[in-house]
Design a protein around this ligand. Structure first.
Ligand code: SF4
Length: 374
């Protein structure tokens, strides 16, 4: 057995379906139909075997990891099964193993919030911004608006006695047609402690929505405007992506994948217990599967030490000549693998957001230069 990848994040698909129908979803809207073959929810038996396997992995790598209940929409399992799932994980994997749920917020009832409080489950809620922009991208499966229900859920979490600790943050997808100042003001108004922004998915063969060419900078321009609003706020909320990039520019480290040159060990477990690659790769060529058919019944240590897994892990590293000689490689990191992809060159491209990131980084350097300690 060779070098083992240290796993820091495990995405557990508790449910394979969703009660929203987001127009940019990489699971259901990018042509990949594999979700149809998955059980709607993960069985208690599968979760039990997974939890045991992860406990052995944590002991072996001698480092904790974070487990994220994901989907689809993980809360579609219902409060009782959710309680059982949290209890199973915590029986095998107590703190300091992190446990989180990434939810669209529609099913975040008081009962579910109580479960999260009991089992120390951090809650991250997806919401894009004010109603007019959120609702045009994130209707429910019957086409109805979802914003009001999500905002009500955010307030429900925050009004829980431990709500400030439970709500780890909000997750938003950038809408280029929205004013960054309005989006930022919205997130402040709902009392969010932090918000993370994602760019719309795309690659060199299918450009992200709103990007007119690989050399255009629509996303960079939007983020520059957001940065200026952020830096002008005397009591800002945290914006993970901007904070990570600013920290990297100042010589520190990022805390999450997407920027910087850290490697992240990510394991994805589908509802049937199969182990796949990071599922954002679905939006590239459906290359989110290993050639091996691994499940939670296999030895996880053998999986993360295998040649295939190491190759997948190493594919996070940028490999295009342009990135390898880029002066901003340490900050940008070359982008997410899915954003580097093309049919012709695979992942050996710069990010499709290369020019956007360059524009943002240069603006950051200009803005923080006077603040540097002499
Ligand atoms: S994607 Fe562009 S900005 Fe990022 S490291 Fe590669 S060349 Fe540099």
């Amino acid at each position: 057995m060779g070098r083992a990848v240290a796993i820091d994040t495990v995405l557990v698909k508790l449910a394979s379906r969703c009660n929203l129908d987001c127009d940019y979803c990489y699971v259901y809207r990018m042509g990949d139909q594999a979700w149809r073959l998955q059980p709607k929810i993960m069985s208690p038996e599968t979760l039990e075997v997974l939890a045991q396997g992860l406990a052995a992995l944590v002991a072996d790598q001698d480092a904790p990891l974070s487990i994220v209940f994901h989907g689809g929409e993980p809360l579609l399992v219902g409060p009782d099964r959710f309680e059982a799932a949290c209890s199973t994980i915590r029986r095998w994997l107590p703190s300091p193993v992190g446990l989180h749920v990434q939810t669209n917020g529609l099913l975040l009832s008081d009962a579910v919030i109580d479960v999260c409080a009991r089992h120390d489950v951090g809650i991250s809620i997806s919401i894009d911004g004010p109603a007019w922009m959120h609702d045009r991208h994130r209707p429910d499966v019957r086409g109805r608006a979802s914003h009001a229900a999500v905002v009500a859920s955010i307030h429900r979490v925050l009004s829980h006695p431990t709500g400030q600790d439970l709500l780890s943050g909000l997750l938003a997808v950038v809408d280029l047609e929205a004013d960054p100042a309005e989006v930022y003001a919205f997130f402040k108004s709902v009392g969010a402690p932090s918000v993370d922004f994602l760019y719309r998915d795309g690659n060199h063969d299918a450009l992200p929505f709103g990007k007119s060419s690989v050399v255009s900078t629509e996303y960079g321009d939007w983020m520059v405007r957001l940065l200026d609003v952020y830096l002008a706020d005397p009591s800002p909320i945290r914006i993970r992506l901007l904070d990570d990039m600013l920290r990297l520019i100042l010589g520190g480290r990022a805390v999450k994948e997407g920027v910087g040159d850290e490697d992240y060990g990510i394991l994805v477990v589908e509802t049937d217990g199969s182990i796949t690659k990071n599922d954002t790769l679905k939006s590239a060529d459906g290359s989110d599967r290993f050639t091996e058919t691994w499940t939670v019944h296999d030895d996880l240590k053998s999986i993360v030490s295998s040649t295939s897994f190491l190759a997948y892990h190493d594919s996070q590293k940028p490999s295009s000549p342009k990135c390898l000689s880029c002066p901003e490689l340490r900050v940008c990191g070359g982008g997410m693998p899915t954003h580097r992809w093309s049919a012709r060159a695979g992942l050996t491209n710069p990010s499709v957001f290369c020019e956007d990131q360059m524009r943002l980084i240069q603006h950051m350097r200009m803005r923080i230069a006077p603040r540097k300690v002499a």
